[in-house]
Design a protein around this ligand. Structure first.
Ligand code: AVJ
Length: 316
C-alpha cells in the first residue's frame, strides 16, 4: 500500500503545518470523481460549458492552428483523459478531415481510461486509440521515444490546481519534450469578476462543499480518523485582483481530531482553516510569465462567446 502510506505522510505533514493544508490531488477517489462529474453539470460551474462551446464551434480552427502535415501520421496525446465530452468534437473534426492520427489518452486512473476508451471506440469505430495509465511525466518520457509528430492536449483548466512555480516547471518539461513546431493545446479559465467565479466554487446545491468534505470523509475511511464534517464549513475565496480561487475547510469550533493510523490527534482552533485547493485563473501576461524560460510561445488563442475561458495553442 505505497499509495496509502504516501497519503498518510501527506496528511500528517499538511495538518502539522501552520497554516494547515491538504493536497487537492486527494479529492479524486471514487466518490470524489463522481462529485466532480456533478460539479461539471452545475449551472454555476461555467468552465466546462465555456470550453465545450470552443470545442463544438471552433474545432476546425483549432486543427488549422495545429498545422499538421496531412501526409504524416501524428499522435494526439491528452493529459488527464476525463470523460471526453469536449475532446470528442475535436476527434470528430480530425476524422472527418481524414487526418491520420492515434489518440493517446493518459490518466492516473485505469478506470477513467477504460470508460473513455469504450466511449470513443463506440463513437468512432475507425479511431486508433492507445490509452496509457500512469503519471504524466513517466508516460511522456515513454511516449517521446517515438519520433512521430505530436500534439498535446491539457484542457479543463487542470493547470489551475498548480501553484505558479509548479505550473512553470510542468510547462517547461513539456516544452523540453516537444520538437520545433509541435503544439500544446492548453485550456485555462480566465480572470474575471468575483460575481462569476466565486459561485462556481460555492454553488447553491452544496455539491462543491460535499466535494471538499469528501477529503475529510476519505481521511476518516482510509486513515481511521474521526473528523466530524458538521463541525467544518466549506469556505471558498476569490478576488479578481489576485485571480486565484482558493478553497478552505473552516473549523467552526475548537476541537481535536484523532487519526488512528498516525496514533495522534490534531488541534483545531475556532475558525482555523485547512487550505485544500487553488484554482488559478489566467490572462496572457500571467501565462507569458509562466512560459518564460521555456521555449513555448503563444501562437493562437480561442475564446468562448462570453470570453470566460481560453484554449491557447502554444508552440515551440
Ligand atoms: C478540475 C482543476 C479544473 O479547479 O475548477 C472544481 C476542480 N474544484 N470545483 C477547478 C474543482 C472545485 C477544477 N479543475
Amino acid at each position: 500500500m505505497i499509495e496509502n502510506s504516501t497519503f498518510l505522510k501527506d496528511v500528517n505533514e499538511g495538518l502539522s503545518h501552520h497554516p494547515k493544508y491538504l493536497s487537492s490531488h486527494y479529492f479524486y477517489d471514487k466518490a470524489g470523481d463522481e462529485l466532480f462529474q456533478k460539479i461539471m453539470e452545475m449551472p454555476e460551474y461555467y468552465l466546462t460549458n465555456s470550453e465545450l462551446e470552443i470545442f463544438k464551434k471552433q474545432s476546425e480552427a483549432l486543427i488549422q492552428s495545429f498545422d499538421i502535415n496531412p501526409n504524416e501520421e501524428f499522435e494526439l496525446i491528452e493529459l488527464g483523459a476525463g470523460d471526453g465530452k469536449k475532446t470528442k468534437y475535436l476527434l470528430k473534426a480530425l476524422l472527418d478531415r481524414k487526418f491520420r492520427f492515434k489518440y493517446i489518452p493518459v490518466d492516473i486512473s485505469q478506470n477513467t481510461l477504460s470508460v473513455i476508451t469504450d466511449k470513443m471506440e463506440n463513437l468512432f469505430p475507425d479511431l486508433q486509440i492507445d490509452s496509457r495509465q500512469g503519471d504524466y511525466f513517466q508516460v511522456l518520457d515513454e511516449l517521446f521515444i517515438s519520433t512521430k509528430p505530436k500534439v498535446i492536449l491539457f484542457i479543463g483548466s487542470s493547470l489551475g490546481n498548480m501553484q505558479d512555480e509548479i505550473a512553470k516547471g510542468f510547462l517547461n518539461k513539456i516544452s523540453k519534450h516537444l520538437k520545433q513546431n509541435e503544439k500544446l493545446l492548453l485550456g485555462v479559465d480566465l480572470i474575471k469578476s468575483e460575481e462569476i467565479v466565486l459561485p462556481a466554487y460555492h454553488d447553491s446545491a452544496g455539491i462543491t462543499r460535499d466535494f471538499n468534505f469528501n477529503l475529510l470523509h476519505r481521511i476518516n475511511r482510509e486513515l481511521g480518523a474521526d473528523f466530524k464534517v458538521e463541525h467544518f464549513e466549506h469556505a471558498p475565496e476569490y478576488t479578481e485582483t489576485e485571480g486565484i480561487a482558493k478553497s478552505y475547510l473552516k473549523s467552526t469550533k475548537k476541537q481535536a481530531v484523532y487519526i488512528k493510523e498516525l496514533a495522534r490527534s490534531f488541534e483545531f482552533d475556532e475558525n482555523e482553516l485547512i487550505h485544500t485547493e487553488i484554482s488559478r485563473k489566467y490572462n496572457d501576461e500571467i501565462l507569458n510569465n509562466l512560459l518564460e524560460g521555456s521555449q513555448l510561445e503563444i501562437k493562437d488563442k480561442f475564446l468562448d462567446s462570453k470570453e470566460y475561458f481560453a484554449d491557447y495553442i502554444l508552440e515551440k
